[in-house]
Design a protein around this ligand. Structure first.
Ligand code: ARG
Length: 576
């Protein structure tokens, strides 16, 4: 149930009936404090001025027209003209019952759009490192949430699989094959790349061969294509292991790397020239953009083809946006890329819009995120100052989780401990990232993310297992709870209202691409449940009807926590 939208519609009707213009904004929000009701409508202030009334006058007239019978049990004016809405208990009861009866917790599917999500995007012949973590984790949460809401999601893994470095990589792979060391060399991609680079810098003959291979590869030479493909395959199958371990939904077929757009590039350059957007400048092809100024305050030049004929990262992103609209039929495109690439994207998209490749009605959105920092506030690095390999980071998370869980449960069998450590350790890394507003840098802190208290994965996973254990311990079949929800206590009402805000939370997450909103919601829900559970005995309820009703509230809480965590890609367990 999208309560916010329902109330916004009713309040807006009443505002219009009270004399406000048809496009007035009711500004309905969830109330921050219980004494302000469940929702507040704050739109009166802005409109009253225009109508020459005091906000209070308008609020009073609005209230006369506002019909929330059956939905609200009390509506009052507060302060200068805020309207506080208290939801009716009967209404909450009915809504909880119908959410429980539905297979999707009462959440309707949205009108389906085709949404392309660009995320993860590691580079070939390089290990995925912590810099790709945020994109992978946050992007996947967006993909899962949009899928749950009924959209057609296309996951686009814009892998860095093209560029002049491939000549060097092919030449080096060839050398390792000849030495019969191919397998060892590719097991450690980071080393492979570093060694290839060293050889290139030190061995002129090798460097010459590497340069020849680039040209051949670009010309479609069969041998070079084959070697290139091998590099892509090996990298992506190593990355796939990380995705699977991370419980990230990306698959091999989601790879749409930079090379996919190669064939489009000459046509794009020619077209931009024909449209008068691109000009020749000292042998290179450049688009000058008035929207961006260089240091001298002149329009900034974006190179789309170099003097030597080579294309650039920007050229590829222009083609890529065009492809996503024309070929994939995207209605909306989300890019989960680190905030340092913001200017790059805006330039590419400005050109895309000017050239008419993607209509304005199709949003291209940069869902930027900050860097991952160490506890010292500096970019997150190993002690030796190197980049941290993602797989090492995950191993450490699991081993730390294992120590913590074993400390709490000394008798837990080893196999269960291993499984739980994986779920909690990986969950902790993901949730730490998801729960922070993505636009800021974030500090990677093992102790905070693995704490069993606070807005963390272990706490949320534990909260879920605690709710669901009520049923197991009492031997109650979840699907066989009888009766209806009856709301008596204020804590029951508060829990019920919050449960019904799941849909609004989902909608906000997909509108703004902000999974931390879901984390805050679930954390709050778990807290409300704790308060309810402490003060409103469930199994020891005073009578059968109350017991059944409370069991139902517990059940919807468990299902909401599970479904919510699932949209974030966080796994749950029944026992912890
Ligand atoms: N491979 C790039 C990197 O590692 C990220 C690609 C992001 N996507 C895009 N369409 N530019 O920085």
């Amino acid at each position: 149930m999208n309560i916010q939208a329902l109330l916004a519609e009713k309040v807006s009707q009443a505002m219009v009936a009270a004399g406000a213009p048809a496009d007035c904004e009711p500004q309905v929000r969830q109330s921050a404090k219980p004494q302000f009701g469940d929702y507040q409508a704050n739109g009166v202030m802005a409109v009253a001025k225009k109508l020459g009334m005091t906000p209070r006058q308008l609020a009073e007239q609005l209230l006369e027209k506002l019909d929330l019978s059956g939905i609200a049990e009390k509506v009052e004016i507060a302060g200068p003209g805020f309207i506080n809405i208290f939801l009716a208990r009967d209404w909450l009861q009915t809504q909880i019952d119908s959410a429980l009866a539905s297979s999707r917790l009462g959440i309707p599917q949205q009108e389906s759009q085709t949404i392309v999500i660009d995320y993860s995007a590691p580079n070939v012949a390089k290990e995925m490192h912590v810099g790709h973590v945020r994109s992978t984790i946050i992007g996947d949460a967006a993909a899962r949430t949009l899928t749950f809401l009924g959209h057609h999601v296309i996951r686009a893994n814009h892998v860095g699989d093209w560029g002049t470095q491939f000549g060097m990589l092919i030449a080096f792979l060839e050398r390792k094959q000849n030495e019969n060391h191919e397998e060892i060399a590719l097991a450690d991609l980071e080393n492979f790349y570093r060694e290839a680079k060293r050889t290139y810098d030190e061995d002129p003959e090798f460097a010459e061969r590497a340069r020849r291979y680039v040209v051949k590869l670009q010309g479609g030479d069969e041998y070079c294509r084959k070697m290139w493909k091998r590099l892509v395959d090996i990298t992506m199958s190593q990355n796939q292991k990380v995705y699977d371990r991370l419980n990230v939904t990306l698959q091999r077929e989601d790879v749409m790397g930079e090379s996919l757009y190669n064939d489009m590039l000459p046509g794009i350059v020619a077209d931009l020239k024909a449209k008068g957007l691109a000009v020749e400048d000292d042998g290179a092809t450049v688009v000058y953009l008035d929207e961006f100024k260089n240091k001298e305050g002149e329009p900034m030049g974006v190179i789309i083809q170099k003097k030597d004929g080579g294309y650039l990262y920007t050229t590829t992103d222009i083609a890529c946006a065009k492809y996503r609209y024309e070929t994939l039929h995207a209605d909306r495109v989300l890019y989960y890329i680190d905030s340092r690439q913001h200017q790059h994207l805006l330039q590419a998209w400005t050109i895309v819009r000017k050239a008419g490749y993607v209509p304005d009605a199709v949003p291209l959105e940069h869902h930027a995120f900050g860097m991952m920092l160490g506890k010292d506030g500096k970019p997150f690095k190993t002690r030796a100052g190197g980049t941290i390999r993602l797989s090492d980071l995950l191993d450490e998370a699991v081993s730390r989780a294992r120590t913590l869980i074993a400390g709490k449960n000394p008798d837990m069998p080893d196999s269960e401990l291993s499984q739980l450590a994986e779920v909690v350790g990986i969950g902790a890394v993901k949730y730490a990232d998801l729960s922070k507003s993505r636009t800021t840098d974030y500090i990677f802190d093992w102790d905070l993310m693995l704490a069993f208290e606070g807005n963390t994965a272990p706490y949320m996973q534990y909260a879920y297992s605690r709710v669901i254990s009520i049923f197991r311990k009492a031997g109650i079949d979840e699907n066989a709870v009888q009766g209806q929800v009856i709301i008596g206590e204020p804590r029951e009402a508060a829990l019920a209202a919050r449960l019904l805000q799941f849909e609004e939370t989902l909608l906000q997450v997909v509108r703004d691409g902000t999974p931390h909103v879901m984390c805050s919601y679930l954390y709050d829900l778990a807290g409300l449940f704790s308060g309810f559970y402490e003060h409103c005995p469930v199994l020891a309820a005073p009578d059968e009807n109350t017991r059944n009703s409370r069991l139902k509230l517990a059940l919807l809480t468990a299902r909401t926590l599970k479904q919510g965590l699932d949209t974030l890609g966080i796994q749950t367990v029944e026992r912890m």
